[in-house]
Design a protein around this ligand. Sequence first.
Ligand code: F6R
Length: 609
Amino acid sequence: MCGIVGYIGRQIAYPILIEGLKKLEYRGYDSAGVALLCHEGLKVVKAKGEITVLEEKVGQSFPAGNMGIGHTRWATHGAPSDVNAHPHCACTEEFTVVHNGIIENYRALRHWLESEGHRFSSETDTEVLAHLVEHYYNGDLLKTVQEAIKKVEGSFAMVVMCRGENDKLVCARRDSPLIIGLGEGENFIASDVPAVLNYTRKIYILEDGEFAVITASSVQICSAECTMLQKEVREITWDAVAAEKGGFRHFMLKEIMEQPRALRETMRGRLLNGGREINLSELNLTPEEINDISRIYIVACGTAYHAGLVGKYAMEKLLRLPVEVDLASEFRYRDPLLDEKTMVIVISQSGETADTLAALRLARSRGNKVLAITNVVGSSVSREADKVLYTWAGPEIAVASTKAYLTQILSLYLLTLYLAQVRGLLDRQELEKAGEALFALPAKVEEILSREVEIQDIAAYLSCWESTFFIGRNMDFAVAMEGALKLKEISYIHAEAYASGELKHGTLALIVEGIPVIALATQKDIIEKSLSNIKEVKARNGYVICLAQEGTEDLQNEVDRVFYLPATEDFLTPILSVVPLQLLSYYAAVARCCPVDKPRNLAKSVTVE
Ligand code: F6R
């Protein structure tokens, strides 16, 4: 996720900006830049790569200005490059902008601004903000930013610097974080607390819809209607290490908690009107191409493969097309059967996994078009695929994948509903119902996260065992596989996932008194079948921890523990049911003092075979 730093005061801005950007490195980035305002004018330097590359480019003779803005970019629109790095200027260097978030309607805005004579130099969505400010400038930077923002759909945390008003920085926020650090004769802006901790522990947290004008000696915060707001000054007590993780003990927990936001970002611009409309025109798939698909092949590794399994159930149910899901390491060596009507989808958070990349290349070498679902713009997978559907989860730092998995599933749902829409498989009402249910999911994930304590309690029981089982039918089986993987990779507890109906074909021999069996029973239409498998476990004195939807309360008499999920459509339950499983793994690993973010023998990105 991009990092923003702004400074205005009596010190030389450049070293403060660089230090602040370094403190935000944990957020992940692919390029960096600074804009400094000084007597000689504006100086903007940007570089692809690490902050040290930027420092080399600036050299020792940096400008001695007392105000500036800096940015680390995590590419969304436009590949990582010097030109696409922030800050962005408008046609002249009068206005400079840094931004975090996604401008949904940037294409339309860019088109309109170009017709008004504006010239763009990057591929980014951010650059429209600079030109909008330039377009509307009326001699008052704050009012101009407020006017410009009215045109913008999407999320942003932004800071604007104006050469003609060189005593202030103006910032605004909608759905992306921004804080203001309060100093003596100097003030700071940042995406996150670590960037300012060396200078101040007093901050304001800017809320959605708020604007701020920051000078060296004052901070004024106002609403869109220009009402001045009295904000509470917060005192930060975290140490620098905790601050990097937003106050969380581990990146994994931070990323689990970020999931509602990751889902909303991934829906943005794709699920419109409260979910009633699905728009994946970004894929540029023609109706002929969509109608021509006779089979779908999903290829991925690990957690991404598990997301593919959920996709299979959703696609087969709604599209009535055969869907095969394969592990990339298997696919690449087994001469897969592909014909020209097979749509190949690869899924990869990092976009660099060696087996997934090889599978993509194999499919393309057979003449198949490949659609990639990935989280990293500019990654190998994104560059080599024919079509890309990005998950907007933001950088995932913990080795165990959480928010990427949720957004991969969401992307597969969006794709499924979009294909169903174009193929005329669902009528308007059915589509709207599914879309609305999808749209409601982030709030339901929030609700689950707020009940973390319930899970902590179950994790305490689980953490004392060396072996566990996860069972479920259909989609629940796919999620059970992910739950088992999460538990074993971070807590080192042996965990096996089984299709519930398979237990009696062998595994039941391992059920002994007290052994934890996590039973997913979220599919209402087969709840009785799931229940009969639960009873098989209970009859052997296994300890059943059940996940079910609200509305199936009679279950609690049959099991030892139950966690009720907010009710949703059966085919959407994986987005909810995996969240308690992630928390369960996390708290079990913490109870066992495991190195949660960096489990032994594992790497975040598996770039070797
Ligand atoms: C497990 C995990 C891995 C990855 C797998 C694929 O928590 O993170 O199983 O899912 O290595 O990685 P990507 O999605 O980057 O291709």
